[in-house]
Design a binder for this molecule. Structure first.
Ligand SMILES: Nc1nc2c(ncn2[C@@H]2O[C@H](COP(=O)(O)OP(=O)(O)OP(=O)(O)O)[C@@H](O)[C@H]2O)c(=O)[nH]1
Ligand SMILES: [Mg+2]
Length: 426
């Protein structure tokens, strides 16, 4: 029933690579475009070597032998054929020479910003709001009740939330007393440390090695950034050395499948999709296909829904149950995607989705588009009895590299540090 797409069928897909799908189902073809990417040149190179140098050997199968688009040169399979006789090898560069040369050419252009730089740039709106006001407070001459009250309002305005703000302020007052902090300039470090204590419990990286396939179900309200996060996650998983399969479980919204297929093409990973139909069936098929093909991670997209749409919440609960039929130990992670712009509303969404599908982790997206980054602290103060849900990843932009695991230290540092080149916040 399902189609197994090697490439997305959307307009942005790369040139024709006709890789047969491992389970024998049809792989979509793509039309040629102007300039081959690194992965395409690499594949073409492998195909040439295999056909020319090692006569009779088969062109490597997709996924199993293909290095991923952004894989470092060391991850190229050592079995890559370079079996030409010595004389011929002297005339033409070896595989590894070609590979190294091509890699060097690829890496020569301008350096992409590091994650720390992206994070700092992404949090600039929150930092401007929080930092700008704090800056003025920290420049005052003494620590007094007036200053502390203003500090409290500033945290609430940055969406830190009533509970987290009350907690931070109680801690801060304790430190002021114990450490006899009298200079407002010394408050910044104490505040940073108090905030860090609040959000540190959110930091709990995802361990993909616990199961194979590791089935990750993605849920959230409409437009939260689910599909985009899957696209970014596919790259991150591959960076961890894992093979990935995407499941187009949003069978509701027009063009949702094509959107996921475009991300599949960008990541050079297969997408399991179906014309219309039942989201649970698509994801069930994907889990089966991943098992058959030895894929490490399944990322299952779902349609956006509001917690108030009870029939849709029931539908996603069914998706979860059907995944368990395909793999009784799954899903191994149920990620709720939250748009940071919603601020305190995030808390209500966490509660509603958690009770419907048992959320195991969160992704907070669009931190770059909002001054409400303080919501991360509000999330951290949820579920005091059980501890907060892990904040697995944060998104700070629309690019494929704009999602990374949440680090409490990096987050607090980026909140207080000015971006490179800007004046320092003291
Ligand atoms: N600035 C910014 N935009 C983002 C981020 N993540 C997603 N987006 C954008 O948000 C919009 C919605 O993203 P989608 O991934 O389609 O959201 P979705 O939750 O899958 O939406 P539905 O499937 O319609 O429910 C797109 O324009 C994305 O590019 C982010 O971290 N930062
Ligand atoms: Mg979507």
């Amino acid at each position: 029933m399902f189609k197994l797409f090697k490439k997305g069928s959307g307009g942005t897909q790369p040139p024709d690579e006709k890789s047969p799908a491992a389970d024998g189902t049809a792989a979509t073809d793509a039309t040629a475009s102007a300039k081959p990417s690194w992965s395409e040149r690499l594949k073409a190179g492998i195909a040439r070597d295999t056909a020319g140098d090692a006569a009779g050997a088969a062109v490597p199968q997709a996924d199993a032998a293909m290095p991923q688009a952004d894989a470092p040169p060391e991850s190229i399979p050592s079995a890559a054929p370079d079996q030409a006789p010595a004389a011929a090898a002297a005339q033409k560069p070896s595989w590894s020479e070609r590979l190294t040369g091509a890699a060097a050419r690829e890496e020569a252009p301008a350096r992409a910003p590091s994650w720390t730089e992206r994070l700092k740039a992404g949090l600039s709106k929150t930092r401007a709001k929080l930092g700008g006001q704090l800056n003025a407070l920290f420049r005052r001459t003494k620590v007094d009740e007036d200053l502390l009250e203003e500090l409290e309002s500033t945290l609430i305005m940055a969406d830190v939330g009533m509970d987290a703000t009350a907690h931070v302020m109680a801690e801060l007052r304790g430190r002021i007393r114990r450490e006899r902090i009298e200079q407002p300039a010394l408050l910044q470090r104490a505040l940073q440390e108090c905030l860090l204590d609040v959000i540190r419990p959110l930091q709990a990286p995802l361990d993909l090695s616990a199961h194979k396939p590791f089935v990750i179900m993605i849920a959230g309200v409409n437009g939260a950034g689910k599909t985009t996060s899957i696209g970014k996650l596919a790259k991150w998983c591959q960076g961890q050395g894992k093979s990935v399969l995407l499941a187009a479980g949003d069978t509701f919204r027009a063009a949702a499948r094509e959107q996921l297929e475009t991300w599949g093409a960008r990541n050079n990973v297969a997408v399991v999709a179906q014309e219309g139909g039942d989201p649970a069936a698509v994801i069930f098929d994907a889990v089966q296909a991943a098992r058959a093909r030895g894929i490490d991670v399944v990322l299952a997209d779902t349609a956006g829904r509001l917690p108030t749409q009870l029939h849709l919440m029931e539908e996603i609960a069914k998706v979860r149950r059907v995944i368990q039929k395909a793999d009784p130990s799954g899903p191994h992670e149920v990620l709720l995607v939250l748009d940071a712009n919603i601020g305190q509303n995030a808390i209500a969404q966490v509660k509603a989705f958690d009770s419907a599908i048992g959320v195991t982790g969160l992704i907070v997206t669009k931190l770059d588009g909002t001054a409400k980054g303080g919501v991360v602290a509000a999330i951290a103060r949820q579920r005091p009895a059980r501890g907060p849900l892990a904040l697995r990843f944060i998104g700070v932009g629309e690019g494929i590299d704009d999602l990374q695991p949440f680090s409490a230290d990096a987050f607090v540092e980026a909140l207080f540090e000015p971006p490179p080149g800007a004046g320092k916040v003291n």
